[in-house]
Design a protein. Structure first.
Lengths: 274, 627
């Protein structure tokens, strides 16, 4: 998938088809329906606008990876900082952060996501023009709903770690609280965070696909697997290649990240038998 | 008016919501390509069964408020008679006014300011009212239009025209001074100004008679929708069981459940002798429309004879399946819906504040590709001007091949576009490519529902040829409309809107969409802001270019006051003027209405006046119906 994303421009050049190049006369019938299935010139066929599905899948991989990785990175950073704070400091800080997490986790993600996209949908965007619909907004929405799960995990781990002897020892040697949190506790969270992140990435890729499927976030000219699937729903019977290939790549990508996550857990978690 | 399946424009002004209709068109505007068809013997009897994914009513089926094109069709064909009506048939003939409750189409007197209607004798309300319809019932309906709590969605047509209606609306008068009912059979309207399309207003459902003894019980928006009293050949099932002894005793008619079903049965008080078979044949014994959220299921059932039709648009693959099969083609009916699809250009925002850029955009646009995105030729002919041809008298635009921005196969003429762009201030080096920063990454609004997104890459690709690049934004229908209907958002270009007539007169396009005084701060449908003044721009937060904005208010007022052939010629001249010297849009398609009918339908017609199936003239063969 990474190779596909990296070499998308090369694929476009090799096929002579850009992601938004239109080949209507070759690929659509007189009713505007796609007639060009997989062939030598269109490896995965052409879509209902006359564009090369393979090229768009390659470019779509970039979007999926970008959203998956960046949103996960944001979620991990935010979730870790807040989770460590809540778990280590306890008291009202823990209460505030934990209740905030509870509230976000209880929200219906898609509906809330739709609301945010709608609120930012104008030319002026939202947050005083800082946020506009498009890739950055999608990343923000996905990250917004991902960090609470990271924070919960980290808080739980921190609650356990702060009672350990090596933490007590650091404290008794006069290390500051910030030092304890970042020098003693954080390094011990790296393994579970890596494992969890690898599982969060496919979940976030799917979330982007959901938003795109609903026609939110990215315009139709930005290649996206979820959007391709959404556009194919009216033509399930007549143009199977429109849903098969984006669906296949989405499934394979999510599966690959899940397997990676399982592997990392096996490798990094000492409690897992090998 | 809003069309079923084809959502048009929404204008919100205070309590007024204007939704522009939709429909489909024949070739080049001569409407009917496959309209009035009979296959077999059209006989009385049977039930005409339909299904829809959603009724989509905009006013809960209350005729005073309702603004859905399909609802207009149900009212005019089945349920409600108005002073004037149409023959509910396809083509230009279906856009001609005919008497309905009135004995004749009146000629105005008093220099075009007074219209006197004589009502036919013996026309009665259906159950449970069961009495003769009088002029007072029409007067009551007009008062209801001017009752704010009822939220009449197209009251703006009547209020400025009928004397005293604005005062009634404002609560300054207890009656409308411009309406007199000297006797039960006579009603007189006095107008504030000569209004050439006033008679069309008397054919709109809101002007149909409402018995005050029932209507007075429903003072809130949409409330009357479940107890509409019939004056036409059909009534809502269960009407006869409603107790109107007091307002509190009135319960909803059993035949209408807004989430499940709407059923019409024969009105026992309807006397065909008071009607014309050209207007209504009323052949089936009843009509039933059920909700089915599965579009595929609906059209599969139509194909199998388990339904006779649907107000919804058939999916593209179904259309292709029927249109390309010689034995199935007969079940596909294609007619002009009197709707124009267009890309609007905001004349106040760069680079479209320069007419040369607007003209270049018209030259370069690949309209053939846009049409293919919609489904090809069956969806309608290429549009090269604003008002669909069939809405002009005789169904003719003059000349028929008018095209100020010609190109081979309508695929766009890049050279002509570049020549036009060279004259623009935004092309500094005069190479025909816009080189100003204002041409880069222009905000472009579109809908996120098909087939609109399919147009985005085509429009992007076309405009890129003259150096204009777009930053597309695709939103669901309502939010997308909200954006472009708010001038303070400064949306430079959009393809999410379409427009269909409210009634068969070009004014419902040219006056409604381009009159400067119609510009609103929200719910605005003059998307290009033609006729904007600097004062109004400041008031509504719109931009106002130093070079000003084109204005056609004087032309519109001139045409509005005219009648007959002069009126028709006036609107044609204005249509051309807009295309050549104002250039607010890139019109690309006069949309067709495509109906799929079942094998049991033995007579079909298309109601040109509303752009939907002409239920007044359909018939079914019960022996061919399956369950």
């Amino acid at each position: 998938m990474i190779l596909l994303a990296l070499f998308a421009p090369v694929i476009a050049k090799a096929t002579g088809h850009g992601p938004n190049d239109l080949f209507q006369s070759q690929t659509l019938d007189s009713f505007g329906l796609p007639k060009q299935g997989p062939s030598g010139s269109f490896l995965f066929g052409a879509d209902q606008s006359g564009r090369d599905v393979f090229v768009r899948i390659a470019y779509g991989a970039r979007i999926s990876l970008l959203v998956g990785l960046v949103a996960t990175a944001i979620a991990v950073v935010v979730g870790t900082v807040l989770g460590v704070l809540a778990g280590y400091r306890g008291g009202w800080i823990d209460t505030m952060i934990s209740r905030g997490v509870d509230i976000l986790v209880s929200m219906p993600l898609i509906i809330f996501g739709i609301g945010i996209v709608a609120a930012c949908s104008g030319q002026q965007g939202c947050l005083n023009g800082q946020l506009h619909p498009g890739l950055p907004l999608v990343i923000v929405i996905v990250a917004l709903f991902s960090w609470p799960y990271v924070a919960r995990l980290v808080r739980g781990q921190t609650l356990s770690l702060r009672e350990k002897e090596f933490v007590e020892a650091s404290r008794s040697l006069g290390m500051s609280e910030t030092g304890v949190m970042f020098r003693e506790i954080l390094p011990n969270l790296v393994a579970p965070l890596i494992v969890y992140s690898s599982l969060l990435i496919p979940s976030n890729i799917l979330f982007e696909a959901y938003l795109a499927f609903l026609g939110l976030g990215l315009p139709s000219t930005t290649p996206s697997w979820g959007r391709s699937l959404s556009d194919a729903t009216d033509l399930l019977d007549t143009a199977w290649w429109l849903w098969l290939f984006p669906g296949l790549f989405l499934v394979l990508t999510v599966l690959a990240f899940n397997l990676l996550g399982d592997g990392l857990r096996d490798a990094l978690d000492p409690r897992t038998g090998r | 008016m809003r069309g079923k399946g084809l959502i048009a424009a929404i204008a919100v002004a205070g309590v007024t919501v204007a939704l522009a209709a939709c429909g489909g068109g024949g070739s080049g505007g001569s409407a009917n390509t496959n309209g009035n068809t009979t296959s077999g013997t059209a006989t009385k009897g049977g039930t005409y069964r339909m299904a829809t994914q959603d009724f989509g009513f905009t006013g809960a089926f209350d005729p005073s408020a309702e603004y859905l094109g399909w609802a207009f069709t149900l009212y005019g064909n089945l349920l409600i008679r108005t002073l004037l009506s149409y023959n509910h048939t396809a083509g230009a003939a279906g856009n001609v006014l005919v008497p309905d409750l009135a004995t004749s189409v009146p000629t105005p007197t008093n220099n075009g300011l007074t219209y006197t209607f004589k009502l036919k004798q013996g026309v009665k309300f259906g159950p449970p009212v069961n009495r003769a319809i009088t002029s007072k019932d029409i007067e009551f309906a007009m008062e209801r239009i001017a009752t704010p709590s009822v939220a009449a969605q197209y009251g703006f047509y009547y209020q400025p025209v009928i004397k005293g209606m604005a005062a009634f609306l404002a609560g300054k008068a207890k009656t409308i001074s411009g309406i007199q009912t000297p006797d039960d059979q006579t009603i007189v309207f006095n107008l504030t100004r000569p209004t050439g399309d006033f008679l069309n207003l008397m054919a709109m459902p809101a002007s149909g008679p409402i018995p005050p003894e029932v209507g007075k019980c429903f003072t809130q928006a949409g409330a009357y929708g479940r107890d509409v009293i019939a004056s036409g050949p059909y009534m809502i099932q269960g009407s006869d069981k409603v107790n109107i002894a007091s307002c509190s005793a009135i319960k909803p008619m059993s035949g209408y459940n807004p989430t499940q079903r709407l059923a019409f049965v024969r009105n026992p008080n309807y006397d065909p002798a008071t009607d014309s078979t050209k207007v209504r044949q009323a052949l089936p014994d009843g009509f039933v429309i059920t909700i089915d959220t599965n579009a595929k299921d609906i059209f599969d059932k139509i194909g199998a004879g388990a339904l006779e039709g649907s107000p919804d648009d058939p999916p593209a693959d179904i259309i292709a399946q029927y249109a390309s099969n010689s034995s199935k083609k007969q079940f596909l009916k294609t007619n002009s819906a009197d709707r124009t699809d267009f890309i609007y250009l905001n004349t106040t925002t760069p680079p479209f504040d320069d007419i040369h850029v607007r003209k270049a955009a018209n030259f370069v646009m690949d309209k053939a590709a846009l049409k293919l995105a919609w489904g090809g030729n069956i969806e309608g002919p290429v549009a090269n001007h604003i008002v669909p041809d069939v809405m002009y008298k005789g169904g003719q635009f003059d000349p028929g091949d008018y095209n100020p921005y010609p190109s081979t196969n309508s695929a766009g003429d890049v050279n002509a576009a570049k020549n036009e762009m060279k004259q623009s201030k935004y092309d500094a080096n005069k190479d025909g490519i816009c080189d100003s920063s204002v041409c880069k990454s222009i905000f472009f609004m579109n809908r996120s529902v098909q087939a609109y997104p399919k147009m985005t890459p085509i429009i992007q690709s076309s405009l890129a040829k003259i150096g204009i690049t777009l930053n597309p934004r695709e939103l669901p229908t309502s939010p997308a409309y909200t954006q472009i209907q708010t001038p303070s958002k400064h949306i430079p270009i959009g393809a999410n809107a379409g427009w269909g007539k409210d009634y068969p007169d070009p004014s419902t396009f040219l006056r409604t969409l381009f009159l400067g005084s119609n510009i609103l701060s929200s719910g605005n449908t003059n998307y290009s802001l033609i006729g904007l003044t600097s004062a109004k721009a400041k008031q509504i937060g719109a931009l106002f270019p130093a070079t000003g904005v084109p204005n056609v208010d004087a032309d519109i007022d001139k045409c509005t006051a005219q009648t007959g052939d002069a009126r028709n010629s006036c609107w044609i001249a204005l249509d051309k003027k807009l295309m050549e010297t104002v250039v607010p849009w890139i019109p690309y398609q006069f949309r067709n209405n495509v109906d799929l009918i079942g094998p049991a339908v033995t007579a079909y017609d298309f109601d040109q006046s509303t752009g939907e199936t002409g239920y007044a003239h359909v018939a079914v063969d019960q022996s061919k119906q399956s369950q």
